[in-house]
Design a protein around this ligand. Structure first.
Ligand SMILES: Cc1cc2nc3c(=O)[nH]c(=O)nc-3n(C[C@H](O)[C@H](O)[C@H](O)COP(=O)(O)OP(=O)(O)OC[C@H]3O[C@@H](n4cnc5c(N)ncnc54)[C@H](O)[C@@H]3O)c2cc1C
Length: 268
């Protein structure tokens, strides 16, 4: 189990039962990937919707101005909307919210992904030949072990592979050279990957301001996966339809509230 939580969440097994179970599910069979890259799923969804997508542009402030939100971007653009959804972890971002929002402090677990094209050195693993090195080498919690896992992404030929290394710290060249006999190309990515789990988890609200500002990534305190994020996003879309249209219904017909004046939401 500690090996699995290290590979999937970059942390020890001291996490909630649910996050641990999700981690376990991700280690078995029945895990899917799209041939050619999972990015095609996001691209396909965008192409099928009529959404206006603004790439390479960050929102740096969100202000509630009475009947709408104003979103300002680092490119100096300004967007107005009646409903705003935050769909990225807020923990390491500096988006200014007016009025301010309050969410519990959450630390992200950083996973350093290092991609190396080359050849592992079997001697480092106490082996005689590269062919004896398993396709996935995963490690236990031990401060002396410099990586969490090494896996083969692609075999080009007997002496030319692409490997993916996960580690908690950046992989220095000198360290890589201790377990690679050949290293042609190295790419490093530092991901603020998932919450650093700390059970019992304290969740941020899904509705950040009691109005129409939503937060998908609040769910990640339970588990962080593509599937759970997709389900959360669907539930938030349903919540928006329910809350937003019941508000419109209320305005247009003066109906939709119970005897206590509480708004009744359309159930979707
Ligand atoms: C190394 C690694 C391995 C993983 N392996 C798996 C796996 O095998 N299976 C699995 O299910 N999950 C895996 N995950 C988790 C999975 O990637 C996440 O759960 C999923 O991507 C969350 O989706 P999201 O849309 O909430 O966030 P993201 O995919 O992070 O998307 C957020 C988007 O918001 C954008 N953004 C950020 N700030 C701003 C801003 N200010 N303005 C506008 N846009 C902004 C970002 O550029 C990004 O495009 C892995 C994660 C990592 C890092």
């Amino acid at each position: 189990m500690p090996v699995i939580t290290r590979v999937n969440y970059g942390q020890s097994a001291s996490i909630s039962g649910l996050a641990g179970a999700v981690s376990l599910a991700g280690s078995g069979r029945g895990v899917w990937a799209i041939e050619g890259g999972n990015w095609q799923m996001a691209a396909g969804l965008i192409n099928r919707s009529d959404a206006a997508v603004h790439l390479h542009e960050e929102i740096d402030s969100v202000s509630y101005l009475g009947e709408y939100y104003e979103l300002n971007s680092t490119k100096g653009n300004s967007y107005k909307c009646e409903v705003a959804v935050v769909a990225t972890p807020l923990d390491e971002l500096n988006i200014q919210f007016t009025p301010p929002i309050s969410i519990p402090k959450r630390k992200l677990q950083h996973t350093h992904a290092t991609f190396v094209r080359g050849l592992l050195n079997p001697g480092y693993f106490g082996l005689d030949a590269v062919s004896e090195i398993p396709k996935l080498v995963a490690t236990l919690e031990d401060p002396d072990l410099p990586f969490t896992s090494i896996s083969v992404l692609k075999k080009h030929d007997e002496k030319d592979f692409t490997y993916k290394i996960f580690s908690r710290e950046p992989m220095a060249d000198i360290l890589l050279d201790s377990f690679f006999s050949v290293r042609q190309e190295t790419i490093r990515i530092d991901w603020g990957a998932y919450p650093h789990y700390n059970a019992p988890e304290e969740f941020a609200p899904f509705i950040l301001d009691d109005r129409n500002l939503y937060y998908v990534n609040a769910f990640e305190n339970a588990a962080s996966t593509v599937e759970t994020s997709a389900i959360t996003a669907e539930n938030i879309a349903r919540l928006i339809l329910s809350r937003f249209f019941s508000q419109l219904l209320l305005i247009s017909s003066n109906l939709g509230s119970n005897s206590d004046g509480e708004i009744l939401h359309v159930d979707l």
